[in-house]
Design a protein around this ligand. Structure first.
Ligand code: GDP
Length: 455
C-alpha cells in the first residue's frame, strides 16, 4: 500500500445508517482548505487547532446542513495531518451529499483503515498500536476491551523497542569487527551479548506464553460440553445461552448470530464449541464418536462433563470421569438432574466433588458459570502484565526467539562473526515486524484492509 501524503481523504467516521449525528472526517494537507470552500461561517483557515465552529455546508446557494466543524491542525492530530471533523445531522442523504461535495472539491474517498495507516506512517502509532485500534473498535467484552486498550496505549511496544535498541548496538559492534577482520579484534563483548540475549529470551518467553491467555481473552474461552446422550447437554446449553440472549437481545442493533453460542461471565466470553452437534444430541463421548470428540476437545480449553445418575450408576460415572481426566485439559464434572436424586445419591456422588445442577429447572446454572471462571483462572487484567493477543505478533516473537537461539549457539561455538551478525539482524528483523520498524506493503495491506472505511 503506498501513500500519497499530498492528497486529502474523506470518509464517514460514524456507522452507516440514520443517527442523531454523523461525523465526516477529512485528513490531509487540504482538509481545512477544502472544507472552507463549502463552509459558511468563520474562515476556517484562520482558526486555531482544536477549535469547534458552527456554520452551514452549502452547495452554491443550497444549504445542505447546519454543522459543527472541529479542526485539528497538523501535526497535532490522529494522523499528524490536518484533520477536519464535520458533525452533521445523521441522515444518510446529508452524509452522502457532504462527502460527494468534498470529493468534488478535491478530496478522495478513503480506503479501509487509511486514517490509521496514515497515523502509523507518520509516526503517530506503531504497528501493534494501530492493530489495537481495530481490536478496540471490535471489542465486545470488558476483557477484550481492556486488552486492546492496553496495547493501544503502548503495551509491550516500549519494552521490545528498548531490547531491540540494545541488540542493534551489538549488531553494529559485530559488524564493525568484520571491517577489522584481519586484526582479530572483538568490539562486542560476548559475555554481555550473551546476557542480553538471555534477558531478551526471558521477555519473549513471557510474551509468547501470554498469548494463550491473551487470545482466549480476545476471542473467548472455547468450552466443550460432553456427556452421553440424554444426560441433558442441550438443556444445559439452552439454559446457559437463553438467559444471555434475553439480556443481549434488549440491546438494539445486536444480531443474534454473533452471540449465538457465547456467554459473557463477568466480562469474560465463553464460546461453546459444536453446539449444533450437541443440539442434535449426538453421542460425543462414546466409542463411535471418539474421533470427533477428540477433535472438539483439542479445540477446547475447558471441558464440561455432564453425568446423569439416573442413567448411570456411581461406578459408571466414576469410569467416565477417568476417561475425561485422560484428555488432560481442565474439566468440570457436573451431575445433572439433581431434582431426581435422593439425599443418599447426592452424598455418594459428592465423593467425586461434582457440581450438582438441574439444567431443566435452571438450578445451579449460575454457580456453573462462576466455576467456569474459576477454572480458567484468567490473570487479573488490572495487573501490569502485558499480553499478546495477536497471532501475527506471537509468530514474530517465535521467529525472533529461534534466531536468538542461533545467536547463542554462535557465541558458544566457533562461528564466524559474519554469521553471528546475520542471525542478530534476523532477530532484529522479526522484532521490528511487530512494531512496524520493518514492514512490507503486503503486510500493511493485510493489516489495514481489515479495518472499515473511516477508521
Ligand atoms: P442431551 O442428549 O444430553 O442433549 O440431553 P437433553 O438435553 O436432550 O435432555 C434429555 C432429557 O433429559 C430431556 O427429556 C430433558 O428434559 C431431560 N432433562 C434435562 N435436564 C434435566 C433435569 O435437570 N432434570 C430432569 N428431571 N430432567 C432433565
Amino acid at each position: 500500500m503506498s501513500i500519497q501524503a499530498e492528497d486529502t481523504i474523506v470518509a464517514l467516521a460514524t456507522p452507516v445508517g440514520a443517527g442523531a449525528i454523523g461525523v465526516i472526517r477529512l485528513s490531509g494537507p487540504d482538509a481545512i482548505k477544502i472544507t472552507n470552500k463549502v463552509f459558511k461561517g468563520k474562515d476556517l483557515e484562520k482558526q486555531d487547532s482544536h477549535t469547534v465552529h458552527f456554520g452551514t455546508i452549502r452547495e452554491g446557494d443550497l444549504i445542505i446542513d447546519e454543522v459543527l466543524v472541529s479542526l485539528f491542525v497538523a501535526p497535532k492530530s490522529y494522523t499528524k495531518e490536518n484533520i477536519v471533523e464535520i458533525s452533521c445531522h445523521g441522515s444518510s442523504y446529508i452524509i452522502e451529499n457532504i462527502i460527494k461535495l468534498m470529493i468534488r472539491n478535491g478530496a478522495r474517498g478513503a480506503k479501509p483503515g487509511e486514517f490509521t495507516l496514515r497515523a502509523f506512517l507518520n509516526g503517530g502509532l506503531d504497528l501493534s498500536q494501530a492493530e489495537a485500534v481495530a481490536d478496540l473498535i471490535a471489542s465486545s467484552s470488558e476483557t477484550s476491551h481492556q486488552l486492546a486498550m492496553k496495547q493501544m496505549r503502548g503495551g509491550f511496544s516500549s519494552e521490545l523497542k528498548n531490547l531491540r535498541d540494545q541488540l542493534i548496538h551489538f549488531a553494529s559492534m559485530i559488524e564493525l569487527e568484520l571491517d577489522f577482520s584481519e586484526e582479530d579484534v572483538e568490539f562486542a563483548n560476548r559475555g554481555q551479548l550473551k546476557q542480553l540475549i538471555l534477558d531478551i529470551q526471558k521477555v519473549l518467553d513471557k510474551l509468547i506464553t501470554s498469548f494463550d491467555q491473551g487470545n482466549v481473552l480476545k476471542n473467548g474461552v472455547p468450552v466443550v460440553i460432553a456427556g452421553k446422550p440424554n444426560v441433558g447437554k442441550s438443556t444445559l446449553l439452552n439454559a446457559l445461552l437463553n438467559e444471555e440472549r434475553a439480556i443481549v437481545s434488549d440491546i438494539a442493533g445486536t444480531t443474534r448470530d454473533t452471540i449465538e453460542d457465547e456467554i459473557n461471565v463477568k466480562g469474560v466470553i465463553f464460546r461453546f464449541i459444536d453446539t449444533a452437534g450437541i443440539r442434535e444430541t449426538q453421542d460425543v463421548i462414546e466409542a463411535k464418536g471418539v474421533e470427533r470428540t477428540l477433535e472438539k476437545i483439542k479445540q477446547a480449553r475447558l471441558l464440561v462433563y455432564l453425568a446423569d445418575p439416573i442413567q448411570d450408576d456411581f461406578a459408571a460415572v466414576k469410569e467416565q470421569l477417568d476417561e475425561v481426566k485422560a484428555y488432560n485439559i481442565p474439566y468440570l464434572l457436573v451431575v445433572n438432574k439433581k431434582d431426581l436424586l435422593s439425599a443418599e445419591q447426592i452424598e455418594a456422588y459428592s465423593q467425586l466433588s461434582p457440581l450438582f445442577i438441574s439444567a431443566k429447572n435452571n438450578l445451579g446454572v449460575d454457580e456453573l458459570k462462576d466455576r467456569l471462571l474459576e477454572i480458567v483462572n484468567l490473570a487479573n487484567l488490572n495487573s501490569e502484565d502485558v499480553m499478546v493477543s495477536n497471532i501475527r505478533h506471537v509468530e514474530a516473537l517465535q521467529k525472533t526467539h529461534e534466531a536468538l537461539v542461533r545467536v547463542l549457539y554462535g557465541i558458544d561455538n566457533p562461528v564466524a562473526s559474519d554469521f553471528l551478525a546475520m542471525d542478530i539482524r534476523q532477530s532484529l528483523y522479526h522484532l521490528g515486524e511487530i512494531t512496524g520498524e520493518v514492514t512490507t506493503d503486503d503486510l500493511l495491506d493485510n493489516i489495514f484492509s481489515k479495518f472499515c472505511i473511516g477508521k
